[in-house]
Design a protein around this ligand. Structure first.
Ligand SMILES: Nc1ncnc2c1ncn2[C@@H]1O[C@H](COP(=O)(O)OP(=O)(O)OP(=O)(O)O)[C@@H](O)[C@H]1O
Ligand SMILES: [Mg+2]
Length: 260
């Protein structure tokens, strides 16, 4: 659609002879949650890196548009300035920086009350976390939640969340889900990357990725259903010679991904 905030057109990526992304097309409207589903190794994080302009992830072909601008050749910094952010699957550690200062780095509202509220949104008690160092002493789930709080506090135009649900305990998943919906209501478009199919219920639209190709796109409920039915055989095929051949750039992965 012409008013899309993000438009990905026919993007392919090859790394070390393997076709990681195969002619990916995707559009996200302003304030929309789009869920990108896919099994382990399907190419979700690679697409996130391509979208953010990470080093080594320039597409071989295809274009990326953001707010009407062709950003395919923009650096990660230029994309961040335009209002794109990424919450990493494996959040970085900031040795020596307290959690509060880390949150304040990109937050739109840096007041103590706003920083505290951003931690409360991910069910972390501000009094216990604001002054703690954001280093190895935090658990994996705590780091994921702080990373999500930091990205939400930025109020960016597009937030790419790479598995915000991974490593987060079941009791906190509801808080993560409501924060994602709140981000969208406040005007942030969200690309929600996950392999947990129940997260699809949060989304306004969805895509299913398999072997670097988007094999189903549109209504979240239909994509979820397709994921459940079609991806099990793919999971069984992972690592087989046919799968490995499909990963090489010479073959079209879809030939394998849709066969059952
Ligand atoms: N530099 C590389 N060389 C070869 N293969 C690579 C390279 N980088 C990524 N891959 C492969 O590309 C595929 C996609 O990886 P990616 O990390 O994007 O998957 P993912 O969908 O995010 O998986 P997960 O759910 O496990 O996070 C994987 O099979 C991975 O092994
Ligand atoms: Mg990943």
């Amino acid at each position: 659609m012409s008013d899309a905030l993000l438009r990905v057109e026919d993007v392919s990526l090859t790394k070390e002879g393997y076709r990681i992304l195969n002619r990916v097309n995707l559009s996200i409207q302003p304030g929309e949650v789009h869920c990108l589903l896919g099994l382990n190794g399907s190419g979700k994080s690679s697409l996130a890196y391509v979208l953010m302009g990470c080093s080594g992830y320039r597409p071989d072909s295809g274009r990326i548009w953001f707010a009407g601008q062709d950003i395919t050749d923009f650096s990660i910094t230029e994309r961040a300035r335009l209002g794109m952010t990424l919450a990493w699957q494996e959040p970085a550690r900031f040795e020596g920086l307290p959690v509060g200062a880390y949150l304040a780095l990109g937050a739109r509202d840096r007041s103590p009350a706003a920083l505290a509220a951003s931690l409360e949104a991910v069910a972390l008690a501000p009094a216990a976390y604001l002054d703690r160092p954001a280093n190895h002493s935090l658990s994996g789930g705590e780091r994921k939640r702080i990373e999500l709080a930091a990205v939400a506090a930025m109020c960016s135009r597009l937030a790419i969340l790479d598995e915000p649900d991974s490593g987060v305990d079941a009791l906190t998943l509801g808080d993560v889900a409501s924060l994602i919906r709140k981000m969208a209501e406040a005007g942030t478009a969200v690309l929600l990357i996950t392999h947990r199919d129940e997260m699809v219920t949060l989304a306004d639209s969805a895509s299913l990725m398999c072997l670097g190709s988007i094999i189903c796109q549109g209504d979240p409920a239909q994509v979820r259903d397709f994921y459940g039915r079609r991806c099990r055989p793919h999971a069984g095929a992972m690592g087989t010679p046919a799968w490995e051949r499909a990963r090489s750039a010479e073959e079209v992965p879809l030939n394998v991904t849709v066969s059952q």
